[in-house]
Design a protein around this ligand. Sequence first.
Ligand SMILES: C[S@@+](CC[C@H](N)C(=O)[O-])C[C@H]1O[C@@H](n2cnc3c(N)ncnc32)[C@H](O)[C@@H]1O
Length: 396
Amino acid sequence: MPSLNWPGKQQTPPQPASLTLDSVVHPGGGATGQAEPLSRLYLGDNFQVMSALLGEYEGKINLIYTDPPFFTNRKFPARIGRGEDSRKPGEWQLAEGYGDSWNSLDDYIQFLYERLLLMHRLLAPNGTLYLHLDWHADAYARLLLDEIFGEERFLNEIIWAYHGPSPIRSAFNRKHDTILCYTKNPDYTFNADAVRVPYDPSTVKTFAASPKAGFGKVPNLERGKVPEDWWYFPVVARLHNERTGYPTQKPVALLERIILASSNPGDLVADFFCGSGTTPLVSARLGRNFLAADATFRAIHTTRKRLVEQKTVSFGIYTSTPEPGETILQELPDHKIIDYWEYDPDYDGKVFRSTQQGALPRRGSGSLPPPPESKPGSKGRFRAVTIKGEPAVLGG
Ligand SMILES: C[S@@+](CC[C@H](N)C(=O)[O-])C[C@H]1O[C@@H](n2cnc3c(N)ncnc32)[C@H](O)[C@@H]1O
């Protein structure tokens, strides 16, 4: 088999981060006794995070969806502010989102390769990997995956098609992404019945007109069909309720199809480039546990806020750089600068366990819910994130 080579190609040995449990979030109260929830968010570089997870999770993750930078050599700013409605630019601002700039294609491919190797190790024997890219690098990634998984473990190349404006006038508009899908073994989870869709109306009409239309094979029109390997879902646009303002956010509907098809309730689903948190959000909604990582505080905060809003599961947040004590607050600063607060009624000085949270609604005109009163001398403490997406600090 041909394989991909580049200067500096190497199977980098794992470099585990030293991860500590920073906080446990119990959205709206919940079962506060549980020490370390099964669903977990990690703030840090995913190479080090995944290296650290090998000890506990090697061969244990049933499904990994991964949506890394695409090698666009661009920066993707985040939009922050109320509803970030494009018709009201006075109400939102741009802030740092994440970068996708590389010194060379070799650097990018090495970055991807060493992470895909770890993902392969973390996958369970029945596990599946979905790698989401576009035309910039999907051809290289296909060869990397053939090498790591074996070309016989290729399951699908899914085309996610969408619409949207484009400045291109000298070529066809590039309006699809490619999701490469590989399984660890020949025995893998695929729940065809969980993802069936209605037949096309023209097919239904044809069979209504003539039962012989399928050369004797009559499809079960009521049950619907397993989708083809090309999918249409609209991109998350500015007026969609699910929109967070985090750049390149993927639609809930896309992740629903992947998670329903390739995992079962109670399984462990991971996304080590989680961005706004679409994978953990949908995993929790569908009764799966999740592991999710991102290198930026903004991504982890956006994910936490969505999970708190959804109120489905308690989750832990782990970091490799312990937050300085000045993020533990006795009182909240001026509410006008606050996007999100959480309250631990009995802070133990180590792990922040929040049982109440309040967030500025992502859209509309709602206001920040009032925080509880922390009585002088009590162990009740707050943590908060500002509208700019930064941790609020003492005296800040
Ligand atoms: C394409 S976005 C993911 C979007 C996500 N699927 C969603 O629905 O919002 C890629 C993400 O990878 C993160 N990222 C890039 N390099 C990383 C690294 N080395 N470790 C962890 N996260 C990284 C970026 O911060 C960014 O949030």
